[in-house]
Ligand binder design. Sequence first.
Ligand SMILES: [Zn+2]
Length: 158
Amino acid sequence: MSGTRDALWRALQEVKDPEIPTVSLVDLGMIHRLQVAGDRVTVEILPTFVGCPALEIIRRDVRERLLRVDGVADVSVKFVYHPPWTTERITEEGRKQLASFGIAPPRDPGNHPLDIVPPCPYCGAEGGEIHNLFGPTACRSIFYCRRCRQPFEGMKPV
Ligand SMILES: [Zn+2]
């Protein structure tokens, strides 16, 4: 079944975050475990934020995509909260994709424990302001860059 596992991971790479359509769930670090038993697949997903409203969309998208993989008859998607998802799980590729969508990737909280404002995704300037901690979704905040004088979105570090 190793061929199937590879095909499943490739298929998961095509499933994007419903709110950030440039970034796959894999690159967001949301796929905790993929189990294959015969023709049944179980995917354990770590929700990025508890209560993020996109969870049911994610469940549907993952199911629909994996059911198209050869040899898969049934897909079950479970949301698990242990271990908790953290922004450190986002891959290097995922951070690039976030920035290309105009969302500043979360900064490493280890280096900047008090500063949650990420560098500006447009000009790279540090020291932006918090404009609105609660952005268009619970997962994102709006910041304001003092250098290029425009607002930008960032993911809250968790
Ligand atoms: Zn800027």
